[in-house]
Design a protein around this ligand. Structure first.
Ligand SMILES: Nc1ncnc2c1ncn2[C@@H]1O[C@H](COP(=O)(O)OP(=O)(O)O)[C@@H](O)[C@H]1O
Ligand SMILES: [Mg+2]
Length: 284
C-alpha cells in the first residue's frame, strides 16, 4: 500500500517466510549450518526449536533451497495436524512415490525401496516437519519408526523436527525416550540482540530498495527492539504498521507517538521499567 510512497520495489516487512529476505544473524546461520550438516552426515534426528516468530519456518525454507541445490530428495510437511494416514500420504506425494498413496502399507513398502535405492547411489533423503510440536502421539510414533530405518552405512532417512519449545517437552515423554536418544543435533533460535534488530531492519529496507533508510531514527529502532523483545515477527508487524501510519499521515519519518499508537493497536506488551507510552504527545 505504501510501497510507491517510499519507493520500495517490494514490501519490506511482509510476514511470509521468504528466503530472499533471509537475514544471516549468527544464531540463524549456526542453526542453518547445523541442519545442513546434520542431514548430510546422515546420523538421524535433528531438532530445531524456538519461540513463535523467531524464524523457524524461514530457516526451513532456506534449508529447502539448499537441499534443492544439492539435489537432496526430501519431503516437507508444514501442516503437522495430520492423521497417520495423511502423514504417509503427504510423504508419498512429496517424494513422488509410485504406489497407492492412500494405503499406509503400500507407502511404507514404496518408501523403503526408494530409500534403499537412494542409499545405494549414495544419495541422502530427508523428512522435514515444521510445527512438530503439534504432531499427535501416534504420528510421532511413526516418525520414530521411520528414524529406525537403516543400513550398516547409516540412517536411511534424515529427520528434521522443528517446533515451538513445547516440542522439547513432548520429546521428554517416556514413550519417546528412544526417539530422544537418537537426536544427534539440536538448535535453538533466540530473539535478536539490539544490534541484530537494527541490522535486520536495515537489511529489509535495503532489500526493498532503500539502502540507507532514514524513516526509523536510532531512537525508534531501539524502541522497536525493546517493544518486540527482538522477535522478528513482531519487528515486522511493528515496522509494517509504522510505515503505514507514516504513509497515512504523509510523513517520511516515524515518530515515537506513532510507535505508541501502533503498540496499542497491536496490543504489544513489553517489560516495565522503560519509557512508558508517550500518551502525553498531543499529536503526531
Ligand atoms: N533470519 C531471518 N531473516 C529474515 N526474516 C526473518 C528471519 N527470522 C524471522 N524472519 C521473519 O520473521 C517472521 C516470522 O518468521 P517465521 O519463520 O514464520 O517464524 P516461526 O516459524 O519461528 O514462527 C517472518 O516474517 C520472517 O520472514
Ligand atoms: Mg513457523
Amino acid at each position: 500500500m505504501y510501497n510507491a510512497y517510499f519507493g520500495f520495489s517490494e514490501c519490506p516487512f511482509s510476514l511470509s517466510p521468504n528466503p530472499s529476505f533471509y537475514f544471516r544473524s549468527a544464531l540463524h546461520e549456526e542453526a542453518l549450518a547445523n541442519l545442513c550438516y546434520g542431514i548430510q552426515s546422515r546420523k538421524g534426528f535433528i531438532v530445531l526449536t524456538g519461540e513463535v516468530g523467531t524464524g523457524k519456518t524461514t530457516l526451513l525454507e532456506c534449508l529447502r533451497d539448499s537441499l534443492d541445490s544439492q539435489h537432496v530428495a526430501f519431503a516437507f510437511l508444514f501442516n503437522s495436524r495430520l492423521t497417520v494416514d495423511q502423514f504417509f500420504q503427504m510423504i508419498a506425494y512429496d517424494l513422488d512415490l509410485r504406489c497407492d498413496k492412500t494405503s499406509k502399507t503400500e507407502v511404507l513398502f514404496a518408501l523403503n525401496s526408494f530409500l534403499l535405492e537412494q542409499a545405494s547411489q549414495n544419495r541422502t533423503t530427508a523428512l522435514i516437519i515444521d510445527e512438530a510440536h503439534n504432531l499427535e502421539w501416534d504420528v510421532l510414533e511413526e516418525v520414530r519408526l521411520l528414524g529406525n530405518l537403516e543400513t550398516r552405512h547409516g540412517k536411511l532417512l534424515q529427520i528434521v523436527l522443528a517446533g515451538q519449545t513445547e516440542l522439547d517437552r513432548k520429546l521428554d515423554a517416556p514413550e519417546l525416550r528412544q526417539l530422544k536418544q537418537r537426536i544427534v543435533l539440536r538448535s535453538k533460535l533466540e530473539a535478536f540482540s539490539p544490534a541484530d534488530t537494527e541490522r535486520y531492519i536495515a537489511a529489509r529496507f535495503e532489500k526493498a530498495g532503500m539502502p540507507d533508510q532514514t524513516v526509523f531514527s536510532p531512537e525508534i529502532l531501539s524502541e522497536i527492539h525493546f517493544r518486540s523483545q527482538g522477535i522478528p515477527r513482531l519487528i515486522n508487524s511493528i515496522s509494517d504498521n509504522l510505515l503505514l501510519t507514516c504513509f497515512a499521515l504523509d510523513c517520511k519519518m516515524a515518530t515515537l507517538a506513532m510507535l505508541d499508537e501502533v503498540s496499542r493497536d497491536l496490543r504489544l506488551e513489553w517489560p516495565e521499567g522503560r519509557r512508558a507510552l508517550a500518551t502525553a504527545h498531543p499529536a503526531f
